[in-house]
Design a protein around this ligand. Structure first.
Ligand SMILES: NC(=O)c1ccc[n+]([C@@H]2O[C@H](COP(=O)([O-])OP(=O)(O)OC[C@H]3O[C@@H](n4cnc5c(N)ncnc54)[C@H](OP(=O)(O)O)[C@@H]3O)[C@@H](O)[C@H]2O)c1
Length: 282
């Protein structure tokens, strides 16, 4: 009953891991502040929360817009008093070789996963430092601890968040504000949908449901667990990468080749002038 009569604010609450954490929190009677862009989907989550005995508050927010993030925290603090937990989770990924990535995809990943998460953390910290109390959980990824070919932009965004969270943990400790990072491996959510990462998750090996992740997040709330790694495979990869990075690189290269999203050689690009295949015989 950890969150009974407490308030948790969740970004990315309309779907996947965020929605599962919202429902898990509601089960124990929490007030859940639901933020993401899709108001209709948030309202559906709110209805489910109320059926489970919690209270849902919908505040549609695009985390890439600083005025909307500020408004989220203004409204949340005004309506609810103390904010006990912030689950800073909204994020997305597009996967391909770096030369095949569209500029808009790169911009979206950096805008949501880095800028958006940092803005949410900034306003959460403004409130929690004054409360001298709180717990912020930031969704990084297993990809925020290891390297993965063809996931480079996503990996870069998640390493940024791991480093950011590890740094603010020290800043916030004197104010009894805790900071944790969540590092899931493959989770069966809309993250992999066609208009997003567009990958067949069944080829990713050991995967978990968003509900299993929510249980791990829920356990970590109010404990001093700095890094939440799920499933077990994520723990093994991160441990191995720390001490044997070359071995993990080899394993991941093999796994990525099996998934094989794209052709390896880029198509001719008439917009640029370049010398084709410098090393090839003419
Ligand atoms: N699934 C995995 O295997 C996996 C593994 C490791 C880490 N993660 C991380 O887990 C987090 C949640 O992903 P998920 O797997 O639950 O995927 P998901 O089901 O696609 O959920 C993504 C959530 O982010 C929200 N979002 C996207 N852009 C937003 C924006 N600009 N402003 C506000 N909200 C925005 C979406 O809501 P709207 O569309 O309504 O805005 C949605 O609620 C992400 O940070 C992801 O990187 C996922």
């Amino acid at each position: 009953m950890k969150l009974k009569d407490k308030t948790i604010l969740i970004t990315g609450a309309s779907s996947g891991i965020g929605k599962a954490v919202a429902l898990r929190s509601a089960q124990d009677g929490a007030t859940v502040i639901l933020a993401s862009r899709s108001e209709n989907k948030l309202n559906d989550v709110k209805s489910e929360i109320e059926k489970k005995g919690g209270r849902g508050v919908v505040i549609p927010t695009d985390v890439t817009k600083s005025d909307e993030v500020k408004n989220l925290f203004l409204k949340a603090s005004k309506d609810n008093g103390v904010i006990d937990v912030v689950f800073n989770n909204a994020g997305l990924g597009f996967i391909s070789n770096i030369w095949e990535m569209k500029a808009e995809e790169i911009e979206k990943i950096i805008d949501v996963n880095v800028k958006g998460m940092i803005l949410v953390a900034k306003y959460a910290a403004e409130i929690m430092v004054r409360q001298q109390y709180g717990h912020m959980i930031m969704t990084s990824s297993l990809a925020g601890l290891i390297t993965v070919p063809q996931w480079a932009v996503y990996v870069g965004s998640k390493w940024a968040i791991t480093g950011f969270a590890d740094s603010i943990r020290h800043e916030l400790r004197p104010y009894t504000v805790k900071v944790s990072t969540l590092h899931p491996g493959g989770v069966r959510t809309d993250f992999f949908a066609e208009d997003k990462a567009n990958i067949d998750i069944s080829k990713m090996g050991d995967t978990v449901s968003p509900e299993e992740v929510a249980e791990a997040v829920y356990e970590a709330i109010f404990t001093n667990q700095k890094k939440i790694l799920i499933p077990k495979m994520a723990k093994s990869y991160s441990f191995l990468y720390k001490y044997f990075p070359a071995a993990v690189d080899k394993m991941l290269e093999k796994q990525v080749q099996e998934i094989e999203y794209h052709e390896n050689l880029p198509e001719d690009e008439p917009e640029f002038s370049y010398v084709k295949c410098v090393k090839c015989d003419s």
